[in-house]
Design a protein around this ligand. Structure first.
Ligand SMILES: Nc1nc2c([nH]c(=O)n2[C@H]2C[C@H](O)[C@@H](COP(=O)(O)OP(=O)(O)OP(=O)(O)O)O2)c(=O)[nH]1
Length: 155
C-alpha cells in the first residue's frame, strides 16, 4: 500500500509523465493546454497532457502511449523541462511527481479524445488565460521562459 509522503520519497511516489507540446521545438511560440474532465476535484483544471507510468514501463514509452491515447497524435520528444526534485521531476502534491519533456506533434492533429474536453494552444502572453492545476503553475512559468513571443502577423 502506498503511504502519504510529503517529502516525495521516490519509493512511494508514483511517476507521472507530461508533454509540454509546443508548435516548434526549435523556436517554440505556443504551448498546448488540456482541460481535465475527471476526477471531479480536478475537472475543469488545465494541465499538460500525460499520465501515470505503468509498472515496468519506461517513462518515454509511457509519454508516447499517453499522448497517443489522449490526443491521437505522434510526437517527437525534445529537452526536459527541468524540475527541482532529483531526476528533474516536479512535485504534484504528496502522491505524484511529474517528469516533463518539450515535444512537438509530428503525426496527426491533437484532439481531446480521452480525459480532456478542450485543448488550447497558448502564446506566452496568454499562458495564464486558463486555470492551470495548482501544481502546474511553476512548470508553466519555466516553460514560459523558453517560449518566444509570437510576432507572426495575423490577418
Ligand atoms: N497528466 C497530468 N497530470 C497532472 C498534471 N498536474 C497534476 O497535478 N496532475 C495530476 C492529476 C492526477 O492526479 C495525476 C496524473 O494522473 P492522470 O489521471 O493524468 O493519469 P492517467 O492518465 O494514467 O489516469 P488513470 O488511467 O490512472 O485514470 O497527476 C499535469 O499537468 N498533467
Amino acid at each position: 500500500m502506498r503511504t502519504e509522503n510529503p517529502t516525495h520519497d521516490p519509493v512511494s511516489v508514483r511517476l507521472v509523465v507530461g508533454a509540454a507540446l509546443v508548435d516548434d521545438l526549435a523556436a517554440p511560440t505556443r504551448l498546448l493546454a488540456a482541460r481535465r474532465t475527471e476526477p471531479v476535484e480536478l475537472a475543469g483544471g488545465w494541465e499538460l497532457p500525460g499520465g501515470k507510468v505503468d509498472p515496468g514501463e519506461s517513462p518515454l514509452v509511457a509519454l508516447h502511449r499517453e499522448i497517443a491515447e489522449e490526443l491521437g497524435v505522434g510526437i517527437v520528444v525534445g529537452a526536459l523541462v527541468p524540475g527541482p526534485l532529483p531526476g528533474h521531476t516536479w512535485p504534484l502534491g504528496s502522491r505524484y511527481e511529474m517528469i516533463v519533456w518539450f515535444a512537438e506533434v509530428v503525426e496527426g492533429e491533437p484532439e481531446p479524445l480521452e480525459d480532456h474536453d478542450e485543448l488550447r494552444w497558448l502564446t506566452r502572453a496568454g499562458l495564464h488565460d486558463v486555470a492551470w492545476l495548482p501544481a502546474d503553475l511553476p512548470i508553466v512559468d519555466t516553460i514560459a521562459a523558453r517560449l518566444r513571443d509570437d510576432d507572426t502577423p495575423r490577418p
